[in-house]
Design a protein around this ligand. Structure first.
Ligand code: 13P
Ligand code: SF4
Length: 331
């Protein structure tokens, strides 16, 4: 039997060369989310945010997509590119936010609001997307909501903090919000943010809208604790675009810590520091160097979405991909 080398016994350089060789052999493109481990981000063909990666999934030419991210992201890629093989190096890489709502929950909620439009964050299962009118990501949520006529009720799911943010910036009061949350971002709460800002009062602040502290950040602006121009609520791709142009000495980052790798590479003259250094998504970190190698060698962990569900979800996902600024952070 041929010897199969594990990533643990290879140098980083040997591992990366083997990953690239296997990807070529398999006609695969490797897409990685901004929260992935640094070595996975570096070896990928493209690293980006949910919207950028979804757009890439629907346009890349390779016959196989190896998605280094979590399950709902690989499912979204499969919905957008049904003819491609989509591989997720660990199929157990889930999402606590996506787990807060089921397709049955959406049907029941809609039956109480029959005239409402259902807007679902991309962090949902394919079955939930199939019950949805239009999906969004954190980078285009406000634009998606604005695409719905002003007098139409909206059921926004499943993230309560993103929902509150969208309500705030669109000024609409006919949005009902599902009370789900991501355990990682909910843990970056107002108290943690206030302590961190007190330690570094001159730093700028980039806050992901899924964070429990998004409201506190804007409250601090309102109370004059932090000047308005120093606080930005951004998707991970938006953070990367902002970092490239940042001139501040220090920026505090309220999101999953994997983001710091991209930001520090993009702008070595600004110090990017986490608001909460323990904000790590263990699902995202389930994609390891060894599992990526294994998937590329064996072609295992294929993600499938049954045809009926995919067909019902596709319209909502395609509308999401079409709305908002061109790909951010997906280059
Ligand atoms: P972005 O769309 O900002 O990349 O956020 C994705 C996400 O929530 C993963 O946790
Ligand atoms: Fe889901 Fe939160 Fe992890 Fe993102 S960080 S994949 S929302 S559990």
């Amino acid at each position: 039997m041929p010897t199969v080398t594990s990533a643990d016994t290879m140098t980083r350089h040997e591992w990366a060369a083997e990953v690239r060789r296997l990807a070529r052999e398999r006609d695969a493109v490797i897409l990685a989310h901004n929260y992935q481990r640094p070595e996975i981000q570096d070896v990928a063909d493209h690293t980006g945010d949910s919207l950028g990666l979804s757009r890439l999934a629907s346009t890349v030419e390779a016959s196989t997509i190896v998605f280094c991210g979590v399950h709902f992201m690989a499912e979204t890629a499969k919905i957008l590119a049904p003819e491609k093989t989509v591989l997720l190096p660990d199929p157990n890489a889930g999402c606590s936010l996506a787990d807060t709502i089921t397709a049955e929950d959406v049907r029941a909620w809609r039956s109480d609001h029959p005239d409402a439009v259902v807007v679902a964050y991309v962090n949902t299962s394919a079955a939930v997307k199939a019950e949805t009118d239009i999906c969004c990501t954190s980078s285009n949520a406000a634009d998606v909501v604005r695409s719905v006529p002003e007098d139409t009720e909206i059921l926004f799911l499943p993230d309560q903090f993103l929902g509150a943010h969208v309500k705030r910036i669109t000024g609409r009061d006919n949005i009902h919000v599902w009370m789900g949350e991501c355990h990682v971002h909910a843990g970056i709460d107002g108290g943690t943010l206030r302590e961190r800002v007190a330690e570094d009062p001159d730093a700028e602040l980039y806050v992901h809208p899924e964070c429990g502290c998004a409201t506190s950040a804007l409250y601090m602006v309102g109370a004059g604790v932090v000047p308005e121009e120093r606080v930005r609520v951004l998707s991970t791709g938006g953070m990367l675009s902002a970092a490239k142009e940042a001139e501040a000495d220090k920026v505090l980052i309220a999101t999953e810590t994997g983001m710091l790798h991209q930001l520090r590479n993009a702008n070595p003259t600004t110090a990017f520091e986490p608001v909460n250094s323990r904000a790590e998504c263990h699902y995202m970190k389930m994609i390891t160097a060894d599992k990526l190698l294994g998937t590329l060698r064996e072609g295992t962990s294929e993600i499938t979405v049954d045809e009926d569900t995919a067909a019902r979800a596709r319209r909502a996902v395609e509308r999401m991909v079409a709305i908002g600024t061109p790909s951010r952070g997906g280059e």
